[in-house]
Ligand binder design. Structure first.
Ligand SMILES: [Zn+2]
Length: 248
């Protein structure tokens, strides 16, 4: 086990191999036999990668803190009854109620923070300033609820009507795309069947409310020009036999 400074609490300790993107995403992908990872660099390319990206970042105590938030996010995405939340789904939106605001906010911030401090090449597109990294670190460490608007995240459940027309059986949760900065300053992640769009300053589209309600819009990837190309490459460029490889 590597010994060093924990990136969250700054204590010197044995360091865990911490996941950069939550392991539950890759655990799901490993059960699917159709994992897709897309590298956004021009031209985008698709490849298989079913292992989590890991790095020595956190002491055991901090690892457990982050794990608690990850478990909660997993339940919100895949097992909402266990998370004791309520969901009402309409054609274009999903309304969530009773979310534990602090837990989920800390989860959202922990992902962008880990990606920013990571040295793994897959995440080299995302680098926040030292001040931003430190502010997010303190929010997570202190469970600080007084900064609701910092790096708010809009979550979008995506679909692609064109590709669905070619192959009706797409499992969007199997797609993981390299996170990237957009010229507008927004930071995009694609995993778990959702697009996660972070903004330094919240606007009215930010969806997690301090009262525990959240609205997730369902949108076609045609609204996100950068993603159209990459997701098409990820799905149509797949050579491994699996759901993506069959024209059903
Ligand atoms: Zn620590």
């Amino acid at each position: 086990m590597k010994h060093g400074e924990c990136k969250l609490c700054h204590n010197i300790s044995d360091l865990c191999e911490s996941h950069i993107i939550p392991d539950f995403i890759f655990r799901y992908i490993r059960t699917c036999d159709k994992q897709i990872v897309a590298d956004i660099n021009s031209p985008p390319k698709a490849f298989y990668h079913d292992q989590s990206y890991k790095e020595h970042l956190l002491c055991l105590k901090c690892e457990k803190i982050i794990k608690k938030y990850e478990d909660y996010a997993r339940d919100i995405l895949f097992d909402f009854k266990r998370a004791s939340i309520f969901i009402n789904e309409t054609e274009g939106k999903i309304y969530y109620k009773n979310i534990d605001y602090l837990k989920f906010k800390n989860y959202l911030l922990s992902v962008i923070w880990r990606v920013s401090i990571s040295n793994i090449k897959m995440f080299s597109n995302i680098k926040l300033s030292h001040d931003e990294e430190n502010k997010i670190r303190c929010i997570i460490l202190n469970n600080d609820k007084n900064v609701p608007n910092y790096f708010g995240c809009e979550i979008v459940k995506f679909y692609d009507e064109r590709i669905e027309g070619l192959n009706k059986n797409i499992d969007y949760c199997s797609i993981f795309i390299q996170p990237y900065f957009e010229s507008s300053g927004k930071i995009f992640f694609v995993y778990g069947g959702h697009i996660w769009i972070y903004k330094k300053i919240n606007d009215s589209k930010s969806i997690l409310n301090e009262s525990g309600s959240m609205v997730v819009n369902k949108k076609s990837i045609r609204k996100y020009p950068v993603l159209i190309n990459t997701i098409e490459v990820a799905i149509l460029g797949c050579k491994k036999v699996g759901k993506f490889g069959k024209n059903k």
